[in-house]
Design a protein around this ligand. Structure first.
Ligand SMILES: Cc1cc2nc3c(=O)[nH]c(=O)nc-3n(C[C@H](O)[C@H](O)[C@H](O)COP(=O)(O)OP(=O)(O)OC[C@H]3O[C@@H](n4cnc5c(N)ncnc54)[C@H](O)[C@@H]3O)c2cc1C
Ligand code: SF4
Ligand code: SF4
Length: 621
């Protein structure tokens, strides 16, 4: 037992040389680069383990999800970093991969009259409809005449993140140079004397609130000179490091988005070719952007992003995604298709301004949780991968020089390399690109174009704020559309049924009912079962915790219930929200979607999002 251990128990303990938290593209890049150097082509040891002399370097990676490739992403990528690691990427036979062939941006007009468009946009819509023929408007969509350089992905690839990660995992494990363990949530980082000494896996055989129960198995402690934290945008280990070591002055993580997607078997009638990429804007709400990427064999990934600056307290991604799919310009491609897979995940959209301390004594951070995602180019996979490659190069240098993984050495070998990389350079260009969206969609679009075209020199000013400082009440949001007493009645009725109120509110505000067909337009519950195949192994503590239940009971703006991607947060007893672990897809959106600020950390809301097992069981997302 160590001094910091909250449980009076003996934990199993083991030593390694490097331990990684999370297996996404960032650790994919790290482990691929490292594993190629650890063993010689004949299988003999090239880098010996300092902790186990005679053996090769001992590298372990723990992934929370129940299998590798259960993550969620788009993905269209320029694949610059990926192709440096795999020059034959296009012919590598990765399932669902296709070179980008055709790329378009579509502006979607509102076919139902319920979208909340600013006046200027409404006027523009009238003009676009009137000049429809001249502007090439078809199916209530106008193709933009050109895709700005900073957005386009020509020469890149359409991938499935799940399939790609599985493929990378097989290469790494097949090399025998590193082990990756899925189904192993890391619960805590071990910090001793201002240095990271390793990690602890979560305990099993515990009650919902984490107390030992039948079959109690304390999580193993894995001690290593270097801990690589690659736990993505909402990873609890990254946040524990932020709490312990702080984040650089002026940096923040106020900007987020929830990405939700469907993978669909396209109907026979669909003529879109593999590698087709469509980006959409304008609908279902002006703040919500959409994507549609075509894989080989008549399969497509499609979805939407709901950003933190979308000021709706009824911010349901699932319902909006269905309205987006029903837009005539999208529906004509997918009508008669079938849902194969579904998923959702948070994106950290503060980009480089959300960059934490990249390295310290005994630890380094890579990937989206390290601020690598580029919000101007809408790109995160290649960037995350490349930060992993850069760290591996730095680590190999330190190993060769037999230098320890101190803050100073990692700064010189990793951070300075990263500062000279295209990831950092382009991240700086993107830093202020989205600030204008804090003031509205039109300033946002102007600001993004200005930042893109001037390489970041000019941007629209705006102050990023966490949702709890900006999301209005339901009454304010629906003012002029639904009377306050009717809102209260709808919320009360929904609470009594134990369901969110957004469906009833949206229908009352003019959104049509979703014509469920059981194949493509399915209920949220069916999406969990058919598309996400969501599961939660028994014996783990609840990873979503309401920190101040009495504040929640008094909260009349329960955006946590409305936005929950899996309907895992629902109206519970005594006016409090409740959590059902079996429906949680671990998207992490509850971490930043709360109506109230945390008294101990005004940057956060009143929900804690810990490490947990289970979630989506699909490797196609
Ligand atoms: C819907 C959607 C569409 C997107 N589209 C695109 C696109 O078209 N192009 C593009 O380039 N990018 C896209 N992105 C962004 C891209 O997916 C991310 O930038 C990228 O996945 C980041 O990689 P990462 O390795 O840093 O993190 P992640 O991919 O998030 O991987 C982190 C891993 O750590 C694991 N983990 C977390 N906590 C723990 C823990 N405590 N213990 C163990 N494991 C843990 C997670 O389960 C996860 O597998 C999209 C994202 C979404 C959600
Ligand atoms: S978690 Fe936040 S949004 Fe949800 S009920 Fe509590 S205070 Fe309200
Ligand atoms: S409870 Fe689970 S599914 Fe719901 S928002 Fe939180 S992480 Fe996502």
């Amino acid at each position: 037992m160590t001094a910091e251990d909250p449980l009076p128990i003996e934990r199993p303990c083991m030593d390694a040389d490097i331990v990684c938290v999370g297996f996404g593209p960032a650790s994919g890049g790290f482990l691929t680069t490292l594993s190629r150097a650890i063993l010689n082509p004949d299988g003999s040891t090239a880098i010996e383990s300092p902790s186990a002399p005679g053996l090769p370097l001992q590298v372990l990676c723990y992934e929370r999800a129940d299998d590798l490739g259960f993550g969620v992403s788009g993905v269209v990528t320029r694949a610059r970093g990926l192709k440096e690691s795999f020059p034959d990427l296009e012919s590598a036979g990765i399932p669902m991969a296709a070179p980008v062939k055709d790329e378009k941006i579509l502006y979607l007009l509102d076919p139902v009259g319920a979208s909340r468009r600013p006046a200027l946009m409404r006027i523009a819509d009238v003009g676009i409809r009137a000049l429809g023929g001249l502007l090439g408007v078809r199916d209530l969509a106008m193709e933009l005449p050109w895709t700005p350089d900073f957005l386009e992905k020509h020469g890149g690839m359409v991938l499935s993140m799940g399939q790609f990660n599985q493929w990378v995992g097989q290469q790494v494990m097949g090399s025998g140079a590193a082990q990756i363990w899925p189904g192993s949530p890391v619960g805590e980082v071990v910090i001793e004397n201002d240095a990271v000494a390793g990690i602890r896996l979560t305990d099993q055989g515990v009650t919902k609130d984490g107390k030992p129960a039948d079959g109690f198995m304390p999580g193993m402690e894995v001690r290593a000179p270097l801990t690589v934290v690659a736990d993505g945008p909402v990873g609890p280990i990254g946040r524990q490091l932020d709490e312990a070591f702080g984040i650089p002055e002026g940096h923040h993580t106020h900007d987020w988005a929830l990405g939700m997607k469907f993978v669909v078997d396209l109907p026979e009638s669909c003529t879109l070719e593999p590698g087709t990429v469509l980006h959409t804007l304008g609908y279902p709400e002006p703040e919500i952007f959409g994507f549609f990427y075509v894989h080989p064999d008549r399969v497509a990934s499609m979805g939407i992003f709901v950003p933190s600056w979308f000021d709706s307290p009824a911010r349901t991604a699932y319902r909006y995604l269905q309205h987006w799919m029903l837009h005539p310009a999208i529906w004509k491609h997918i009508k008669g298709g079938r849902l194969r897979s579904w998923g959702a995940k948070t994106l950290q959209e503060s980009g480089r301004r959300g960059e934490p301390r990249l390295a310290g004594n005994g630890f380094a951070r890579i990937g989206e949780g390290s601020g690598s995602t580029n919000v101007l180019t809408n790109s995160g996979v290649d960037e995350a991968w490349t930060t992993g490659v850069i760290l591996a190069e730095g680590v190999l240098e330190l190993l060769q020089q037999k230098k320890p993984f101190t803050a100073e050495n990692l700064e010189a070998a990793y951070v300075s390399r990263r500062r000279h990389s295209w990831v950092d350079h382009e991240g700086r260009v993107a830093e202020r690109a989205r600030d204008g969206f804090q003031r509205g969609i039109i300033p946002g679009m102007i600001g993004m174009m200005a930042a893109g075209l001037t390489k970041g020199l000019v941007a629209m000013p705006g102050k990023p704020m966490p949702p709890h400082r900006r999301v209005p009440s339901l009454e304010e949001y629906y003012r002029g559309r639904i009377a306050p007493d009717e809102i209260r009645r709808i919320v009360k009725e929904s609470d009594a049924k134990g369901i969110a109120s957004h469906a009833a509110l949206m229908e009352r505000a003019g959104w049509p009912e979703i014509p469920f067909d059981g194949e493509l337009l399915v209920s949220h519950q069916d999406a969990l079962l058919i598309g996400g195949k969501v599961q939660a192994p028994a014996g783990y503590a609840d990873h979503v915790e309401f920190l101040y239940p009495s504040d929640c009971a008094a909260c009349d703006n329960k955006i946590c219930v409305e936005m929950c991607s899996g309907q895992a947060i629902y109206p519970g007893e005594d006016g409090r929200p409740a959590f059902d672990r079996e429906k949680c897809v671990h998207c992490g959106a509850c971490l930043w979607n709360c109506a109230k600020g945390n008294p101990n950390d005004p940057e956060r809301g009143l929900i804690a999002f810990h490490a947990g097992a289970g979630g989506l069981h699909s490797a196609e997302n």
